[in-house]
Ligand binder design. Sequence first.
Ligand code: ZN
Length: 240
Amino acid sequence: MRLAILSDIHANLVALDAVLAAIGSVDGIRVLGDIVGYGPEPDGVVDRLDGLGATGVLGNHDQVAVGRLGPELFNRDARTAIEWTRDRIAPATREWLAALPERLVEGTFTLVHGSPRDPTWEYILDDHAATENLEAFDTPHCLFGHTHLPAAFRSTVAGMIGGEPADGDRVTLDGRRALLNPGSVGQPRDGNAAAGWALLDTDSATVTWRRTDYDIAATQRAMMLAGLPPRLIVRLSIGV
Ligand code: ZN
């Protein structure tokens, strides 16, 4: 089975559509949260995912968008954007998001947004955080997002050791524990502005990281028209 793993789409429909074109035919799509927030087309993104039968987990932005959390913990620009989102999304978008769980277990994988021990807020940015989270999930492997950085942490005798997979890099899964982040479709932050995602092939037990160029200016124009914060618009060009 081939599954596309998408995280932090952040209402960037132009990026999502470019990624979907690059993915081609797969057996399913799994999303790791932050489907909305920051970007200009929350309804369009949810409608697209719904139409493709995608499923997955909620992120912190999604939880604010559906009214489950308040926006107080967000920085100013993120808060402006999520309040804009919360006040505008269609009832069907809200319902679709609100039906997603915070944690999903599927085969040998646990899916979360932030981390297994704190799916909403924790960022797994280093070996230490990855090691500490091993106790918090029962499956061999975990798929997570939230940092907007592609990452592959794998178990070694010295604990969890992380790498930063580039376009085309592939990891073969074996008995070792692993925490894997596909990067961000809609707002990459690793200095590469191209949309990040991953392909999981359960037959060959491989995960392949990919980057896909999209029409960044088109998303930026839509953000400008929506009156979203300038800093959020500019950062898409440089991938930070
Ligand atoms: Zn995010």
